[in-house]
Design a protein around this ligand. Structure first.
Ligand SMILES: Cc1ncc(COP(=O)(O)O)c(C=O)c1O
Length: 358
């Protein structure tokens, strides 16, 4: 029996979206593919109000961490990685593992890296790239991306790279206005599709940097991928067309709902979950003022058994997520992203109350 996914990704995929993947295929060098890919990119540009380069890779979001390391940092340059959880830490590891130099700006899990902290580092050293996670899924902390983008406008040689895997398409995001240089996501989170595609929005500055960087590899070479699209309106290697059908369809639905309304729906769900948690004597793990709208990390102050909770929820065909890594048992996470609604959330929270006798 299917359990409704209230985890912070992969999230619930609607039946009509799943069915889009069953459409008959065509070749990726056909005009049909050009039309499909162009439709996807055009809709992404419209949704995110961007004139930057847009690309969709057949990959999960992590590939963009390798892309950052191999395309945007020269062998003599260095990156500043803001780290406040597992996923932001992964970006640092990806960069170092590619033989590039990176420094960490690290704060405790549950806290946000602030504009002031970044400014202090940028004023004392030169960095080619600053990396930040817009929505740290391991802790439920959201960065003040707009303010960080504004700060970076004063450092024209420093690119802003943003992991927006668990908030792009759910939380507000304006790449051009906020001044991001590479912002990326995976389809299995707020886009409410199966995993397998990664979406990136790339500034011209970032592409110019990539042109200066040697040995960028093949599958992850931004210059090649964007150059191929420029010339042929296609992808250099064989894409997952079935998922692109689903993404094309989903973007039509997202544009019809509207970015502002989608954001409002997510914010409402987050606010409701926060109030519910506090009312029942739990805490909120993320620091105030920096709480995610797509995932709530509930501090398990009542010391309830999260494993037992999911056993009980399974009988009601529901599932939430335990705390991430070292936070297992100490927290649990409710992913209210994608197509979820406040009504569905109320049912879930009611079910949690029943299982735990709250
Ligand atoms: C913030 C964040 N970054 C990166 C990733 C990794 O994304 P993927 O599994 O699509 O490679 C995740 C996955 O949960 C995430 O939440």
């Amino acid at each position: 029996m299917h359990k409704k996914l209230w985890i912070p990704g992969p999230t619930e995929v609607k039946e009509d979206v799943l069915k889009e993947q069953a459409k008959p295929l065509f070749g990726h060098r056909s005009n049909d593919f050009t039309l499909l890919y162009d439709s996807v990119l055009t809709q992404l540009r419209e949704f995110f109000k961007t004139e930057q380069h847009v690309l969709v890779l057949t990959a999960s979001g992590t590939l963009f961490m390798d892309i950052t390391a191999r395309n945007l940092i020269t062998p003599v340059g260095k990156a500043l990685c803001c780290v406040n959880g597992s996923f932001s830490g992964r970006m640092y590891e990806a960069i170092v593992d590619s033989g590039r130099i990176a420094s960490k700006l690290e704060v405790e899990w549950g806290k946000a890296v602030t504009v002031e902290m970044i400014k202090e580092r940028l004023d004392t050293s030169d960095y080619e790239v600053v990396t930040i996670c817009y929505n740290e899924t391991s802790t439920g902390v959201k960065a003040d991306l707009q303010a960080i983008g504004n700060l970076l406008k004063n450092y024209p040689d420093t690119l802003l790279v943003v992991d927006a895997v668990s908030s792009m398409g759910g939380d507000m995001l304006l790449p051009d206005e906020w001044g991001t240089d590479l912002i990326f996501a995976s389809t299995q989170k707020c886009f409410a599709l199966p995993a397998g595609l990664a979406i990136g929005i790339v500034s011209q500055r970032a592409l110019d940097r990539a042109k200066e960087v040697p040995s960028k590899g093949l599958y992850i070479n931004l210059e090649k991928i964007l150059g191929y699209y420029e010339k042929k309106k296609q992808t250099p290697s064989t894409p997952n067309i079935s998922l692109l059908f689903a993404l094309d369809y989903k973007l039509k639905l997202m544009l019809a709902e509207g970015a502002e309304n989608i954001f409002k729906r997510h914010k409402e769900m987050a606010d409701y979950t926060h109030e519910w948690a506090l009312k029942h004597g739990f805490g909120l793990f993320a620091e105030e003022g920096y709480r995610s709208v797509t995932v709530t990390t509930v501090e398990n102050k009542l010391e309830k058994d999260v494993g037992e909770l999911n056993k009980g929820l399974a009988e009601k065909n529901l599932v939430v997520a335990n705390g991430y890594g070292k936070l297992k048992g100490l927290t649990f996470r409710i992913g209210h992203m994608g197509d979820h609604t406040l009504d569905g959330l109320k049912e879930l929270l009611g079910a949690i109350e029943e299982v735990w006798n709250l």
